[in-house]
Design a protein around this ligand. Sequence first.
Ligand code: GLN
Length: 544
Amino acid sequence: MLRNVRKFVFITGGVLSGLGKGVVSASIGLLLKLQGYRVSLQKIDPYVNVDAGTMNPYEHGEVFVTHDGKETDLDIGRYERFLDEGLSASNYLTTGQVYWNVIRKERAGKYLGETIQIIPHISDEIKRRIRLPLDETDAEIGVIEVGGTVGDIESLPFLEALRQMKDELPREDTFFVHVTLLPRLTTSDELKTKPTQHSVKELRAIGIQPDMIVARSDVPLPEPVKRKIALFCDVPIENVIDNPDLPTIYHAPLRLNEHGLTERMANGLGLDESRAPDLSEWVSRIGVLEAPSSRVRIGIVGKYVELQDAYISIREALYHAGTAEDVGVDIAWISSDAIAKEGTSAYLSDLDGILIPGGFGDRGIEGKIEAVEYARTNRIPYFGLCLGLQCAIIEFSRNILGLKDANSSEFDPETPHPVISLLEEQIDVALKGGTMRLGIYETNLLAGSIAAECYGRLKIEERHRHRFEFNPDYRDRLESAGMRIVGTSHGDQLVEAVELPDHPWFVGVQFHPEFTSRLLSPHPLFRGFVRSCLEPRDSSPSSS
Ligand code: GLN
């Protein structure tokens, strides 16, 4: 496809982190896409980590996985959910990757005697990596979010690279959006612009003058406040866009568009200002989100429940499925540790469905296994994702097959019944970073299974992130006791999905369907699960 334009929108953050810069970036990407441009969204994480795979979900939230197997920050997931498109490894950039490449080149003698410096070698590598997603695809506009806050030491080389790009490209090919916070003093009920002024000053000291300020506040900005920001930060008043608290993140593109962001950005980039984004489908999804016909209560039983961002794709996938099924989803965040200590009924008795997400390490495992047993015996819809499938297999082995000490060798290397064991390909893997079974693999589904019905086809592709698998040595025993293997891969070698036929809805999958659910195209398995949670429950406990 012919590329008509090739431009860049850069999004920086000021004052403090956690201002929803990711939501602004995803919204800008969506608005440009709905104006008819081909867009590529990229996140720059100024951490020295090579990728997010080794980062603690307690601190950074979920590790998201792209189709080509890159472990990224959760913002990439948000971009995909807004854009309704898959992104790839090159859409995620860290300091670690930049230095890794430069040092590798230096070791290979590629710089031929040069002294390797931050400028130009590191900044050149950053610029190459910023252009890469556009070089690899037919995208016309790159939207690049710089993580962190202006003023951090870590982000300096990246901002320097952006400054250089601005000077190298025609004026209308770059557009800088600075996202800041306006705190409100409760005593005087006044929105303060000083922190915004200071962070713009900081940006200017690096050589970047923002073209637009998106100001985060708990209320809409009064005109005089906008005027003050415009004057002190040297941007036209129409380019001061407010970004007040909204009912959901999905309202952000609507609000930003209504307040002129699309038009002003088009103006700055020399694009057609009259091309209005077609937001009709987006608006109708939000309509259901705001006023669904009914509600269900779904429990997520995990070990990182104090930080919901650790399960952000699952939470959003449930909401997306709700919009398609006309149902509002209320999520109960349940700590698996608490279940292990205090028992299941205190936490699980008022739920319409139970979901066990992915996870690593043995903490909280026994609570999760108890939750599976509760869902199985009380006939509550159950959806197990990755570790959630593995817990379902352990529970079934212990309680139906009578293998009392059955476990995963991840949690008990000495178990006499390792019903979950290390994948063959993982046995000799010593390094931790980027070495799991990652990314897209094909699965063949069994005709007539719940999964096959949900997808409406027998061949599917889903993303993975795991080291352990259903141990094939136990497959026959579990199958003869009633567990149904409904999805396999690698010529039937690996088990990818299981179900319990005499249960209303019990599905465990080794992959991560949550990574491919989007507001405009909710995931079929999540839709099936949410639908089953709506069914009136026959509460008589099952025979086993
Ligand atoms: N810890 C398990 C494994 O590595 C499950 C991984 C996950 O839930 N993502 O196989």
